[in-house]
Structures are given as structure tokens and as C-alpha cells.
Ligand binder design. Structure first.
Ligand SMILES: [Zn+2]
Length: 260
């Protein structure tokens, strides 16, 4: 499974209805892919720029990522750009098409259904283990995460909610005490994050905060059946809110960058 996804590509869903007024239309200017300031691994910076562009809905499915434009934008060679594109393809963020170059991936409804199906299976198993294996201190930590999530809901910056919601799912999963299952889930959550970012109707945030609270309540009371049911219902709701009909942008990266 994808190590890079786990380390480089997090972020996920958000809290509830607060997002309604704060989700503006996708930007089509330089915001599509923005050079990142600071030192560090240039490949990682390009990777993260594209990943963030997708999560922030600036790069819709089907957006072309021409190698020359990326080379110019980041001041790097084609060899570097190609390495990054291969990583992005490996993590299912882009598709590399022969003779047509890279485009932002557009998971099909069938792929989306299977990814969520796998995620539900894994999270059900992990939350059941979490009920058995958690400590009182773990519950305190989950409550602290829920408070962070509540604070993030009042922040207009959507990725902040997404990050806290993602942290919540991974924290619950970690309590299951099975790093192998946790590794698989980490990849699936990243893929779900991208799908939610790609297809979530504007203004409709992903994770419902109250549902997270219910899950924690069931874990803290040692009620495995309720915890599994709550997690499953939560993930079904998340999938149901995705609108796969959202049209792809017809703008190219060059247009987004005012290069064409
Ligand atoms: Zn959630």
C-alpha cells in the first residue's frame, strides 16, 4: 500500500454545516497550482501543491497538468516533474495517459463505491477493536480531538476541518492496536479525501461532528455493536453526500495559470 500517501497526502473530510457560507467557487487563477515557499525537498513541494490544489477544489477532475508548465512554474527539470507525476499517479491523484499527459484523476462511481466499501469494512473492524483495547486516557484524547474539531468548524478555512476530521478517524483506528489495518486505512482515507474534495457539493462539508461524538460515546461505554453501527452509518452518510455528477472543469492548467 501507499507509503507516500500516508506521509504526504493527508487531510480529510470536515465537520458539519458550517461550511455552507464559506465554500466559494473554485479559483481559476494562479491558485490552481501555487509555488510553495521555503526550502526542502522540491519534489515534495510540487507533490503537495498539486495535492492541496485538489483538496481545495482548485484543480477539478480532468484538469491537465502539462509537464512544460510544471517545469516553468517550479523551475525544475522534466526529470523532476516526471518523478512527481509518477508519485501522484501511484497515489491515485492523477492519471497518466499515453500521449496525452497527466490529468487530475476522476474516480468513477464504481471505484468510489469500492473505496468506500473497503473503508467501511476496515473502520468497522478497527472501531470494534478500539472498544476492546482503549484506555480511559484514550477517551480523554478523543474528547480533545472532538473539541479541536468543534473549534475548526468555526474556522472558515475548510482544510482545517478536513484535517481534524481525518485525525479523528485515524486516532480511533489507532486505538484498535493493529498497525497493518491502520496502514491500509490511512491510504483509503487519503483516497476518500480526494473523492470528497473532487465531488462534494460546494458548501456541504464531509464529516458530521455530531456523528463523531456518537462514535466516541459508544466506544467509551464499551458498546461495540453501537460503535460499529455508528461508524458504518457515518461512512454511509459521507458517501451519500458525494455528488458524482459534478461536471469537470473545461479549463486547462495553462488557462488557470494565465499561460494560454
Ligand atoms: Zn468522520
Amino acid at each position: 500500500m501507499t507509503k507516500q500517501t500516508a506521509s504526504a497526502a493527508p487531510r480529510k473530510s470536515a465537520a458539519s454545516g458550517r461550511g455552507k457560507a464559506t465554500r466559494g467557487p473554485a479559483k481559476t487563477d494562479m491558485g490552481g497550482i501555487a509555488p510553495v515557499d521555503g526550502s526542502g525537498d522540491v519534489e515534495q513541494r510540487i507533490y503537495q501543491s498539486v495535492f492541496d490544489g485538489v483538496l481545495n477544489q482548485r484543480l477539478p477532475p480532468g484538469t491537465k497538468l502539462p509537464e512544460p508548465a510544471l517545469c516553468d512554474l517550479f523551475g525544475v527539470s522534466r526529470a523532476v516533474v516526471r518523478k512527481v507525476l509518477q508519485r501522484l499517479e501511484h497515489d491515485h491523484i492523477i492519471e497518466l495517459r499515453p500521449n496525452r499527459g497527466a490529468v487530475i484523476a476522476a474516480p468513477t462511481p464504481e471505484e468510489t463505491r469500492k473505496i468506500f466499501e473497503a473503508r467501511r469494512a476496515l473502520e468497522a473492524a478497527l472501531v470494534e477493536l478500539a472498544v476492546k483495547r482503549h484506555s480511559g486516557k484514550d477517551i480523554d484524547e478523543l474528547h480533545a480531538l472532538l473539541r479541536q474539531e468543534e473549534e475548526a468548524m468555526s474556522n472558515a478555512y475548510q482544510p482545517a476541518w478536513a484535517q481534524t476530521a481525518r485525525n479523528f478517524h485515524l486516532r480511533v483506528a489507532a486505538l484498535g492496536g493493529n498497525p497493518i489495518l491502520l496502514g491500509y486505512l490511512t491510504e483509503l482515507i487519503s483516497r476518500c479525501s480526494l473523492i470528497v474534495a473532487l465531488y462534494e457539493p460546494a458548501g456541504n462539508a464531509a464529516c458530521e461532528h455530531e456523528e463523531h461524538c456518537d462514535i466516541v460515546d459508544a466506544i467509551s461505554k464499551g458498546d461495540a455493536a453501537r460503535a460499529v453501527a455508528a461508524m458504518n452509518a457515518h461512512l454511509v452518510g459521507l458517501e451519500d453526500r458525494i455528488c458524482l455528477e459534478r461536471p469537470s472543469s473545461v479549463k486547462t492548467l495553462a488557462q488557470m495559470l494565465n499561460l494560454a
